[in-house]
Design a protein around this ligand. Structure first.
Ligand code: AMP
Length: 191
């Protein structure tokens, strides 16, 4: 299956994407992880995106789209995937639709995980104290929370296609994973 996980920063979409892909064998594609790696490796792309990421802002569409397309092109044709953090804008969504259509594919389900701002801030602070993520400064967290909720037009794009499933991200990790598995209908999936 080809799945997107939407959700505000801190909702646990990365954690849930990892749990689901471990279980299903699908590829976990996190543009945030890919971009952080570019910064760490000091590549030309990393140098260009560093400032946006440190400030908690979205990286320009063309840069993310190009990086993402290379990753997509490297997947086996029959490989299922979970997109974690892409698309973030309607421009990215249209580029994704086109690229998948060229491969005779499409997104099957978009999971929209939501939680209150208070829970999101608490989770981001918890993660910041456990990891040394470059973009987990309090100021960047505040900006991300304000600017990086999935925009309504992006969610509507998938809702209009009948592909959006809303999931409550506030309960414990296991409960959220079960709800996602049910929404995807993959209780016994292996591909
Ligand atoms: P994430 O780990 O998904 O929260 O992403 C971390 C940071 O990477 C974000 O705050 C953005 O600066 C950047 N980023 C990741 N994915 C995208 C995307 N699809 N479009 C634009 N910026 C992105």
């Amino acid at each position: 299956m080809n799945v997107i996980f939407f959700g505000p920063p801190g909702v646990g979409k990365g954690t849930q994407a990892a749990r689901i892909t471990q279980r299903t064998g699908w590829a976990h594609i996190s543009t945030g992880d890919m971009l952080r790696q570019q910064v760490k490796d000091g590549t030309a792309l990393g140098t260009r995106v560093n400032d946006y990421m440190q400030k908690g802002l979205l990286v320009p569409d063309e840069l993310v789209i190009e990086m993402f397309m290379e990753r997509l092109a490297g997947l086996r044709r029959d490989q299922g995937f979970v997109l974690d953090g892409f698309p973030r804008t309607i421009v990215q969504a249209c580029a994704l639709d086109d690229a998948l259509a060229r491969r005779g594919k499409s997104i099957d389900i978009a999971v929209n995980i939501h939680a209150s701002d208070a829970v999101l801030m608490q989770r981001m602070m918890g993660r910041a104290s456990e990891s040394a993520r470059l973009d987990d400064t309090p100021e960047a967290m505040r900006v991300r929370l304000e600017k990086q909720k999935p925009p309504p037009d992006l969610l509507d794009h998938y809702r209009a296609a009948g592909k959006l499933r809303d999931i409550d991200g506030q309960p414990d990790m296991e409960t959220v994973t079960s709800a996602i598995i049910e929404a995807l209908g993959v209780a016994n999936a292996t591909t």
